[in-house]
Structures are given as C-alpha cells and as structure tokens.
Ligand binder design. Structure first.
Ligand SMILES: Nc1ncnc2c1ncn2[C@@H]1O[C@H](COP(=O)(O)OP(=O)(O)O)[C@@H](O)[C@H]1O
Ligand SMILES: [Mg+2]
Length: 258
C-alpha cells in the first residue's frame, strides 16, 4: 500500500535531523536521529568547528532554528575566521534563524563567573540553555567546546550529571545537539575526561592523518544510537561549498584521487 509507505517515509524524515552535509548524511543513513547528543571529538585543526557550524547553517537555511554556544572564543571572532561558506547569509543572524552566543555572557547574566561549578550551578546552566532553546524554538544546537565546560566541573560525577541532564532537557525539546570535544593528538580515549564519550548518543571522531607528506583530515562515525551507519574512515575536505567526504581506501589512497 503506497499510502502506508509514504507515512513511513514521513516518519523517518521526522525522526532524522538531516545534517545537510551530504557525505555525513549518507554515512548516517539519512542523518542524526533527532534529539541525539553527539560528541564531535578530535585534536585541534581537525575541522570540528567548521563542520559543526555548517550543520547549523543548513538547519537555519531549512527553517530549523539553530544555536551556536561559543565557549572558547568570542562568536564574532569565530564568524570572521570560519570558512566563508557560499551559502552563509547574514540575514540568518538578523532573523534569528541562526543565533550565536558566548557562554561567558550567559554565565555573566546568571552571576556564575567562577572557577568551579557545583551541582546547583549545573542545574541553573542547564535550565538557562533549555529556556533559550524553548523560547527560540531551537532545533539544532552546538556547544564549542564541552571540554572547556568540563574543566570547570572538575569531577567525573558532575560532568556526567551535566551532560545527562543537558541532553535530556534538549532531547525533550526535540533539539539535536553537537558537543565539540577537544582531545590531544594521538589520544587513545574519545574525550578528555572519559565520561563525555560514555554518555553521548553518538561519537564522531575527527583526526589528522599523515599520508605521503600530506596531512589529511579524517572523519569516522564511531557510534550513533538509533541508526545503522558506516564505521569506515573518510577523508574530509573543508571547502567554501561545504565539507566534502570521500572514503579513505585501504592502503591509504583517497577514492577518486590520483
Ligand atoms: N577562512 C578560512 N578559509 C579557508 N580555510 C579555513 C578558514 N578557516 C578555517 N579554515 C580551515 O579550517 C581549519 C580549522 O578548522 P577548525 O574547524 O577550526 O578545527 P577545530 O575546530 O577542530 O580546531 C584550518 O586549519 C583551515 O585549514
Ligand atoms: Mg574549534
């Protein structure tokens, strides 16, 4: 019965947050399951901020309000430095389809400018971000980076508590969330404190790979709850038309490459 098939298709689309990054959507069989909290992890310069920002841009362009919470640098500086995507449109900011905030300014409003957060503080921060998400009907959120927040949480228990209640709060609002995680090059674990990776619904690992005198960027979906996905390693190209992904062939050459 075609009608039933159509309904199934609609449901599938509703269930998925289509990243808009074609290669990634293909790896994920259609996108990130909606409401998932995904850790994008890698050492510096591997493209985490670039990829996360593009994820939000596609959302904003498709009527899914998107929020970038910048933790490590001022968002205006970030906008100046990020790849000038062909599809970036200043109006997305004016119309609040894309909202950029510094976590520091949220802390300031909440009177939370301190070196270490306690359990009550966690509650206040989670609620404050949750309120922004609901007020602006945010469907995609990026925190860049969670590692800096974890630094102020200090203990594994508080990090667990924070990510769990944060993820739950956002998932209930139908918001799909990317947490950027910074690790050292060559790090064996997927996150600095080891807790982030255990709690996240998904882990996308980004890395540098030296090949014949070239430093390639790679991406691998390690885990993603709620969907089948490839776990192969892909080579990443950061371009003004977006992030491009091609499979890394065994032996180290790039598919389609010379
Ligand atoms: N304006 C730009 N034009 C061209 N390439 C850029 C631009 N900004 C960043 N890049 C590329 O992106 C890389 C940084 O990626 P980024 O997403 O900031 O990494 P990460 O967040 O993992 O540290 C740079 O090393 C550079 O190759
Ligand atoms: Mg970054």
């Amino acid at each position: 019965m075609p009608e039933v098939a159509d309904k199934k298709m609609d449901a599938a689309e509703e269930d998925r947050c289509v990243t808009g990054i074609d290669g990634l959507d293909r790896i994920l069989n259609g996108g990130i399951p909606r409401g998932n909290t995904v850790l994008i992890t890698g050492s510096c310069g591997t493209g985490k901020t670039t990829l996360s920002f593009e994820f939000l841009l596609h959302g904003a362009l498709n009527d899914e309000n998107s929020l970038f919470v910048s933790v490590t640098e001022n968002w205006e500086k970030l906008l100046k430095n990020v790849i000038p995507y062909d599809f970036f449109d200043e109006r997305l900011l004016k119309t609040k389809k894309l909202i950029m905030v510094d976590l520091g300014s949220i802390y300031q409003k909440l009177g939370l400018e301190k070196a270490e957060f306690n359990v009550e503080d966690i509650d206040i921060i989670v609620r404050a971000v949750g309120d922004i998400v609901r007020e602006w009907n945010i469907k995609r959120l990026v925190i860049d980076s969670i590692t800096s927040i974890c630094f102020q949480l200090k203990t594994k228990e508080k990090i667990r508590d924070f990510i769990l209640s944060f993820g739950k709060n956002l998932s209930e609002a139908g918001c799909t969330c990317i947490l950027v995680s910074e690790i050292s090059p060559g790090e064996q674990s997927y996150s600095m404190y080891g807790v982030e990776e255990a709690i996240a619904d998904g882990i996308v690992l980004m890395a540098n790979l030296e090949r014949r005198g070239d430093l390639l960027r790679t991406l691998q979906v390690v885990k993603m709850r709620g969907t089948m996905h490839s776990r192969a390693k892909y080579v990443l190209d950061l371009t003004p038309v977006g992030v491009l992904l091609v499979p890394l062939l065994k032996g180290g050459s790039v598919a389609g490459g010379g």
